[in-house]
Design a protein around this ligand. Sequence first.
Ligand code: CP
Length: 313
Amino acid sequence: MGLQRKDMLGLQDVSAEEINLILDTAVPMKEILKREIKKVPTLRGKVVATMFYEASTRTRSSFELAAKYMGADTMSLAVATSSVQKGESFRDTAQTIEVMGVDTVILRHSMSGSAHYLASCLKASVINGGDGKHEHPTQALLDMFTIREKLGKIKGLKVVILGDILHSRVARSNIWGLTKLGAEVRVAGPPTLMPNHIEKLGVEVFYDLDEAIRGADVVNVLRLQLERQQKGLLPSIREYHRLYGLNNDRLKLAKEDVLVLHPGPMNRGVEIAPEVADGPHSVINEQVHNGVAVRMSLLYLLMGGGDSDEITD
Ligand code: CP
């Protein structure tokens, strides 16, 4: 059985069963990545387009590779050199892409809600590759896949999401997903970067990082979104690092086998010390690798996958 939905817009409206289906299906997808010839014909004849109105390295590249490994054709709208620059609207641009025969559009946009809007305009499936401060569902899925693979479960784990919660779509998608799968989620950061009423999402709020980290199984460090900061939210970058930067001394407060995640790109020496980013607890490169498998799984389940024998061909 595939997913009984057209789009993947966020984890808020996705059930625990659907999340587990995506994570379970990513396991055989990861096996495909180990082969010398990383290609299956499952999505042959299908077309996946990326429309990224904001910069990306990981999300766009891994969706393109995931689609190619599954046998689909891909096209990438180069927004900076497209007719968007002549004033073509978001909707007209997307519909123009769709009528060329695109089955699935991966969208990244600075406006929260843009993926929902696009999904309402198109017959094609829409996958949210990050919309403003709202959601980044595939990042949370690959984070959960990595945690589950490394620690064997999600339920009951103490997961700290650390840093710029206010601007983070990664934080929101992780909160929805992890709480649905039964993790105990803590959010930690400065009061100015903590959204009002975040505790209503079922998380515990900490302003003291040492307290938050004590006994943690996982620390997911968020990028300080320097491009989205308004004046006055931070005293200085140095102060932020002193109070909320993850270093080896702080990490000693967590469980012995704690995992350190970061969605990337990292501001080394700001939210994470290089010794932690490159240290034995870091699974940051594994997250990126797993992202390809998770996106293969999602494309497969949304674009008509169903019979698991098909992915072994
Ligand atoms: N984590 C993430 O979304 O990275 P990119 O901005 O490089 O896609």
